[in-house]
Design a protein around this ligand. Structure first.
Ligand code: DGY
Length: 316
């Protein structure tokens, strides 16, 4: 009997074809929606490998009901959806997809920063809706990016790639990170100092118990009234109610959000009513090349694990 791999959402044929000869590959055949929880639990009972999406909750219950499971390989660099402690207890490996998504995620971060600062989506919508009546001296006026100060919270690989882009725009770059790192032109700042000095605050820190809600009312109140918050990390890092209040009351100027506490963000979410919020559907790493490279990493990790080889990008 071949070992069983369950893939929780439909992936392109070429991403999985290399596994089909040696393994029984079962794939949830829906590209839009991941396998429902009951199906995930049902498949986990037999599977030797789970190939998961960041929207799948791989918690204690999954591990407790998966007697054959050897590996969970997550199609993301972030892994807050997986209980690593439970994985470790059940002797299951977990892998993610770092590095291959660094540049595309940094591109998206910078695109969202520019779109927020220059009100690109709002301006484009005004053309389509017929609200563009004439050129106006202050119409759709945004904020300067060139020469502004950028504060990066969470200075890993993606942070460094964002800093390189910012330097090309003549920005001064500050960073805040759990551990200090040494850079030539990027300066470390304590969190409060970074929040107070930055024109753009970019969140790139992983979501952990330590970072959950780290940007709340107090932190937002330290930001300049002209500043923008850009979140491309995880929604749970920001207190969304406090963010709504800060944006609505003019405490900060704008926000660019690729991620939300609940995804998809509910259509009646207060943040969606604000014109000074630019929203995206969690597309940080979404380029064809990057997503295929991430899938290749997952496939290699699963194959190596099930065949007893060396598994790269292990989280546990
Ligand atoms: C990740 O891989 O964790 C990113 O959020 C994907 O965009």
């Amino acid at each position: 009997m071949k070992p069983i791999i369950f893939i929780t959402q439909k992936l392109p044929e070429k991403a999985v074809s290399g596994l089909q000869e040696s393994f029984e590959v079962r794939m949830w055949e829906d590209e839009e929606m991941p396998a429902p929880r009951e199906e995930l639990l049902r498949q986990a009972k037999e599977a030797h490998a789970l190939w998961t999406m960041l929207s799948d909750k791989i918690d204690k219950e999954v591990f407790e009901n998966a007697p054959n499971l050897k590996i969970v390989s997550n199609l993301a660099v972030g892994f807050n959806n997986i209980d690593l402690h439970a994985a470790h207890e059940h002797h299951v490996m977990v892998t993610n997809t770092p590095e291959v998504l660094t540049e595309s995620t940094a591109d998206l971060t910078f695109a969202l920063l520019l779109a927020t600062a220059r009100r690109i989506v709002e301006a484009s919508d005004s053309v389509r809706s017929g609200d563009w009546k004439s050129w106006t001296p202050m119409g759709m006026a945004g904020r300067n990016v060139g020469g502004a100060t950028l504060g990066i919270i969470g200075m890993g690989r993606i942070g460094e790639a964002v800093a390189r882009r910012a330097q090309g725009f003549g920005m001064e770059v500050l960073y805040h990170n759990r551990t200090r790192r040494s850079f030539e032109d990027v300066k470390y700042a304590a969190l409060d100092e970074l929040l107070g000095k930055s024109d753009f605050v970019v969140l790139l820190t992983p979501l952990t118990e330590e970072t959950r809600g780290m940007i709340g009312a107090r932190e937002l109140s330290l930001m300049k009234e002209t500043a923008c918050l850009i979140n491309v990390a995880r929604g749970g890092i920001v207190d969304e109610t406090a963010l709504y209040e800060a944006l609505k009351s003019g405490g900060i100027w704008g926000a660019g959000l690729d991620v939300f506490e609940q995804e998809p963000v509910p259509l009646d979410h207060p943040l969606l009513t604000l014109p000074n919020v630019t929203v995206l559907p969690h597309i940080g790493s979404a380029t064809v090349q990057t997503r295929l490279a991430m899938m290749d990493m997952n496939a290699k990790a699963i194959k190596a694990c099930l065949e007893g080889g060396k598994v790269e990008n292990r989280l546990c």
